[in-house]
Design a protein around this ligand. Sequence first.
Ligand code: PGA
Length: 250
Amino acid sequence: MGHKIVAGNWKMNLTLNEGLALVNDLLAHQTAIPSGVEMILCTPFIHMASVHGATQGAIALGAQDCSAHASGAYTGEVSASMVASTGAQYVIIGHSERRQYHHEDDATLLAKMQQALSQGLHVIFCVGEPESIREHGEQAAIDYVQKQLEVLCELPPEQHAALTVAYEPIWAIGTGKTASPQQASTMCLNISRFCTEHLNLPKEGIAVLYGGSCNAKNAKELFAQPGIAGGLIGGASLKADDFLAIANSF
Ligand code: PGA
């Protein structure tokens, strides 16, 4: 089995005590997770240092975003160096909720990725088409996602190995409507192919995750598909039993 990833995206959920209770539940059962499966918790910024203190690195830590700026007068922003200083190794960039609610465009996403990579963080870059594009068929969705991937080519080649891509069709996020295993696999394989052709990757290529209503019931079938190296999990990452079941689905 190659390197597999199950990343939880808590979004704006869980107080500190709730988050630490979840982490303790995960730690209690973590030994059951197959070797070769990396579990990552992408928590709210304000919980990161506490979560790292609780796990002592036994579960990888990530942020859900970072600033496009290095430091300075940007009230309310959190820099990539601050993220890294909590012990985190990962940061999600380009989640559809950031693109939609915060109008993050390619230039912003590029600046954020440059900040993250310069701090040694590994980027989980999110892409995915809206329903209005998917309605025009698979090729339209592939073209849309390919366009979103082009920004990755602007990054310095020596940093490409620190990229992971998450395919999250917007119509599947938080809707209970999962992409079919075939739809997910076709897109993830296309993403892999694009990245292999355009980026400077190690020979094992890039890890492509699926996200969007992935849960304990459907994870096994999704993760068994060619091209899918794991999942980016929202709702189902908030319950220890569900998230552990997903991590055990490979
Ligand atoms: P969901 O969210 O699993 O709740 O659909 C996935 C995500 O947005 O990362």
